[in-house]
Design a protein. Sequence first.
Length: 178
Amino acid sequence: MSLKDTSKFLSLILRHKPQAVGLELDEHGWADVDELIRRVSRKRPLDRATLEQIVATDEKQRYSFSADGQLIRANQGHSIPVDVELAELEPPKILYHGTGERFAASIRAQGLIRKSRLYVHLSSDVETAINVGRRHGKPKIFIVESGRMFADGCKFFRSVNGVWLTEHVPAQYLKESF
Ligand code: HQG
């Protein structure tokens, strides 16, 4: 079992389906580390050292330990309703959203919707957006006029791993050419 596979399983548990291992997250998305290890390791090998390695080396810094090291949570990406105490901030003037080309027509019509997640995910650089888009097939990049949205009263949040989040991007704030 590679670290990446274990990390993907942790994402499933900490963002979407803690019940898959009989775990409960608190209202802020935290799981007890010892309990997580105990429950996950019934399905695949996991010890504290491996978990610490995953948290430290994850290329998107997806997870955080609490200050005392007893709790762990995903930094963003949840579909279950938890409050991970996101920082509400003024966004850069422009953000990017990478998606699959096959979704473009629907996005032009409806704007960006959050689908199963709590927020629409936006990137501050094009390269990251392209990588996000590739997960869905041929990538397509939308430019989000986040400065204008913010001026119009829309709220923006930034997760501790640098992902920008907002509830909805109406089509009027989307552009397609650079
Ligand atoms: C699309 C990964 C049709 C949206 C990434 C996206 C990210 C629409 C898909 C994080 C639409 C949802 C999130 C509309 C939005 N019509 N399709 N109106 N509005 N969509 O996976 O943003 O590796 O839930 O464009 O790096 O792709 O998991 O969201 O293509 O940060 O840590 O609906 O997940 O991070 O797909 O990815 P997702 P996402 P991790």
